[in-house]
Design a protein around this ligand. Structure first.
Ligand SMILES: [Zn+2]
Length: 145
């Protein structure tokens, strides 16, 4: 194939086409996708906005779940040990991270996990839809004489 061959991409909504000189080795579908995203017809613009919106939502989800995993590590992992609370094994942190994702995605509303009888994890969202992660430790003091 000629190095500088121009290739055509066609908007799937209105049929306008663009010539690309930098898309060598791409498929027709890839060029049409680019032409559709960049098209100035109403449907093309709507499509590009929809993609940008979905991209933003996906990015927000990733960022939120990353913050949640940091928080989970802080509350239940090494961070807990630094605060003189018992830390939990990686298996638990994985479960909590999975729960946080399910709650963020509205698959489940809330979860309470009674880990050891002494440590409890609660993951939920508040009224504003913000993810909340809470650790509760039951401190037992008992003396026998
Ligand atoms: Zn178009």
């Amino acid at each position: 194939m000629d190095k500088n061959e121009t290739l055509i991409g066609v908007c799937r909504f209105c049929g306008q086409y663009n010539l690309y000189s930098d898309m060598e080795g791409t498929s027709e579908a890839e060029r049409n996708e680019r032409a559709t995203r960049q098209c100035n017809c109403d449907e093309g613009k709507k499509y590009a906005e929809q993609l940008a919106f979905e991209e933003k939502r996906k990015k927000q989800r990733e960022e939120t779940l990353l913050r949640a995993s940091i928080q989970i590590e802080e509350l239940f992992g090494e961070g807990a040990r630094k605060q003189n609370f018992p830390s939990l094994s990686e298996n638990y942190l994985t479960i909590f991270n999975n729960m946080a994702a399910l709650i963020y995605d509205d698959v489940i509303l809330k979860c309470n996990i009674d880990v050891t009888g002494l440590v409890k994890a609660t993951i939920s969202t508040n009224a504003k839809g913000v993810l909340q992660i809470q650790r509760t430790d039951k401190i037992v003091g008992k003396l026998e004489v």
